[in-house]
Design a protein. Structure first.
Length: 331
């Protein structure tokens, strides 16, 4: 058999060739396989390649061969990710404002490497990163790694928390140097990544945008907030927040026209109790963080949605309506 310096790489090179050039709908001939191997500096005879294919099949790779128009084709059928799953991952990267355009393109290229060259072309057709709103901070993924390490090693952190200025620059916000923070969870909400943590200074559970965090440092002290997070439900926490804006948490009763049932389930989940009021409306009782973003959600739904109580929340909404009216009155 012909030999070359790269013979030990032959099986791995063969696997790469099959991954790149074949899928459920596209195969490769033995002549093409030999040519691809030669382009990698590897010479091989058919008999040796047949043996290598059998080795890969014995290891668990689903490689199938079939005859089409008198020519035999080989295909790698099963992959770690289906094409629909890869498309989902590309969509998630595209939608993530906390990942910069540069890192998005890099990640999408890695996702494409999990597909055949034909599938990669389909992934490319749906790549629209260029004009999306993206952070210009490339260290977000490093922040995520650091926060996961802090959580796994049960240690507090300190960091600087930044905000945008009118000249489109980031600066540390007032009281932005955080020195006693215990991270407990990471969550993705409204296309942004957040750290949910126990603030030792205030004794409260708070959340912070990961892309606005800088200079994260691990502290030797163990995390606080164990009791507060003992039965913490991340999904429930996210439901209470609107746009992750904080406010006083209250039990609020809201009336909806029946046409809004889908909106309510999308927001609060299927487990929420729906109480029919009449043939056209229903009510729900929910715990929410009462903030301007919550009021904006209510107002944005328009006619057919009404807060019934408690009275202090109703009065706050009335006050917001008066403020908006005065704000837009013509002088």
């Amino acid at each position: 058999m012909a030999r070359s310096e790269n013979q030990k790489q032959k099986v791995l090179a063969l696997l790469d060739i099959l991954k790149k050039n074949t899928d459920d709908e596209h195969g490769i001939t033995m002549v093409q396989i030999i040519s691809e191997l030669e382009s990698k500096g590897i010479k091989a005879e058919r008999k040796a390649i047949y043996a290598d294919i059998n080795v890969l099949k014995e290891y668990g790779f689903d490689i199938q061969g079939n005859k089409e128009s008198g020519t035999y084709y080989y295909k790698l059928i099963h992959r770690s990710f289906e094409l629909s799953e890869l498309k989902l991952l590309v969509d998630a990267v595209q939608a993530s404002k906390f990942i910069s355009q540069k890192r998005s393109n890099e990640l999408i290229k890695k996702i494409e490497d999990q597909a055949s060259k034909y599938q990669a072309m389909e992934l490319q057709r749906q790549v629209y990163v260029a004009n999306r709103v993206k952070t210009n901070y490339d260290s977000v993924l490093c922040n995520v790694d650091d926060l996961n390490l802090a959580i796994n090693h049960n240690c507090k952190i300190q960091f600087d928390y930044y905000e945008w200025t009118l000249n489109k620059q980031m600066k540390i916000r007032e009281n932005g140097h955080k020195t006693d923070i215990s991270p407990w969870a990471l969550t993705w909400d409204d296309e942004n990544y957040y750290m949910v943590a126990f603030d030792g200074e205030s004794g409260l559970i708070k959340h912070y945008r990961v892309d606005k965090m800088r200079k994260i440092k691990f502290l030797e002290a163990s995390r606080d907030g164990k009791d507060e997070f003992k039965e913490f439900d991340m999904a429930l926490y996210a439901k209470k927040m609107f746009g992750m804006f904080t406010g006083d948490e209250q039990h609020v009763k809201i009336q909806f026209d029946n046409k809004f049932i889908g909106v309510v389930i999308d927001r609060f989940g299927k487990d929420i109790m729906i109480v029919p009021k009449d043939n056209n409306t229903f009510t729900v009782n929910v715990n929410v963080s009462v903030s301007n973003m919550f009021f904006s959600w209510i107002i944005g739904l328009g006619k057919g949605v009404k807060i019934l109580g408690p009275e202090n929340v109703v009065e706050k909404l009335k006050g917001e309506i008066v403020r908006l009216k005065e704000q837009y009155e013509v002088d």
